[in-house]
Design a protein around this ligand. Sequence first.
Ligand SMILES: Nc1ncnc2c1ncn2[C@@H]1O[C@H](COP(=O)(O)OP(=O)(O)O)[C@@H](O)[C@H]1O
Ligand SMILES: [Mg+2]
Length: 273
Amino acid sequence: MTDELTAPPGLVHLAEGREAEVFLRDDGSVVKIMRSAAQAPRVQREAAALQALAGKEHLAPAFREVTNVAGRPALVSERVTGADFLAVLSRKPWLVLGVAGSLGRAHAAMHEHRAPVSLPELNDELARRIESASALPPNLASEALIRLRTLPSGDRLCHGDYHPANILGTLKAPVIIDWGDASRGAPVADVARTLLLLRAGELPPDTPVAMRALTAVGRGLLTRRYLAVYRRSAGHDLARLDDWMFVRVAARFNEEIEVEYPRLTRLLEEASQ
Ligand SMILES: Nc1ncnc2c1ncn2[C@@H]1O[C@H](COP(=O)(O)OP(=O)(O)O)[C@@H](O)[C@H]1O
Ligand SMILES: [Mg+2]
């Protein structure tokens, strides 16, 4: 069930994601229709995150409903206007520091929220991903699991895939989308995942066609400023960031992006103790 969907009545095609097709409904809301029925749990996670943020602060689109279109699970939410921040960066690279600041502030604001208990525990999920990553060398998998066991769990709302392509709106009022990996965890774990995505410029992460257009200098600036602003806004010191990075790089193997394997392995070997 991964064939393209012809726009159902009342829906106009808006965008295409890796996991979903996105339509505009005639009432002005956005319908994100997953490509496969197996992705229903991701829709539930996204719905839980949007509901957790509802009415508090405009960090996520307003939740409308969970539904089903032609047998596929779908999430209906408020439409957010404005280009995503990766598109902004590729068109106006001189805005890099502004984008980075907005990214850092919004991430810290997200982590002020306690996650609903319906969301999975991030540490459990990371362990599962590391255990089932078939291309991850066993000695590095063991080290990652040992490190993970010594890391704290947390109760904060974590996004799981927080990077510039998943942020819409304006630099002053960013709106975060794509919450299918939302979980309950430690904020530093969520920051480590973002750093992995931002630094992995020569890898082909999920969206980064435009990211590859950013120069290495631009990427460095983006990453450093994001981290500095996050630290300042969150008011905590990102304890054990190196251990979290190790764990997240190991878990990344589970996404089976083969061209990344040599570099991910190198990163882990360099950090291995
Ligand atoms: N609430 C929304 N308002 C406006 N556009 C949206 C909204 N949700 C998704 N989109 C568009 O659909 C694209 C894919 O949605 P996303 O949730 O990121 O799915 P995927 O998991 O497939 O990346 C986004 O990049 C954006 O262009
Ligand atoms: Mg996305």
